[in-house]
Design a protein around this ligand. Structure first.
Ligand code: FES
Ligand code: FES
Length: 155
């Protein structure tokens, strides 16, 4: 099926088999391999991308459902020149080790803070509770997201 959508601020048009998930479309058709695939059934959160402002599991969404949407992957969170404030906060707080969960953590946190820049730690924990990390113990991730809040406040 033919489809078109906005990917990280750039319009893309492609032809994919009907049953292609958005995750596979991003990784295999558009070579956006920052979106990771772990469980492939909506449990781990590694594949989370932002679709029209909402964090979604791209392994549970068909690519054709993204027709006309605005899709942001981890590649779209920063420029080539610099890390985003959220990414810099992850680095500063040692919020990643192997990095497999990190794209999903970043996209989930970015969607949260874009809507709720005053989210407290309990809210951050709740929203990130659907994302699995096997390395960090979560505390540095919560600290990093919490510390990045000023960057999302309206100037
Ligand atoms: S790969 Fe999509 S939630 Fe795990
Ligand atoms: S940093 Fe390894 S799974 Fe989270």
């Amino acid at each position: 099926m033919k489809l078109e959508f906005d990917l990280n601020g750039r319009q893309v048009a492609l032809d994919v088999p009907e049953r292609t998930t958005l995750a596979d479309c991003l990784r295999h058709h558009l070579m956006q391999t920052g979106t990771h695939v772990g469980c492939e059934h909506g449990v781990c959160g590694a594949c989370t991308v932002i679709v029209d402002g909402a964090a979604v599991r791209s392994c549970l969404m068909l690519a054709v459902q993204a027709e006309g949407a605005r899709v942001t992957t981890v590649e779209g969170l920063s420029s080539d020149e610099a890390l985003s404030p959220l990414q810099a906060s992850f680095r500063k707080h040692h919020a990643l080790q192997c990095g497999f969960c990190t794209p999903g953590m970043l996209t989930t946190a970015h969607a949260l803070l874009s809507e709720e820049p005053e989210a407290d730690k309990a809210r951050v924990r709740k929203v990130l509770s659907g994302n699995v990390c096997r390395c960090t113990g979560y505390i540095p991730i919560v600290e990093a997201v919490y510390a990045a809040r000023p960057a999302y406040r309206k100037k």
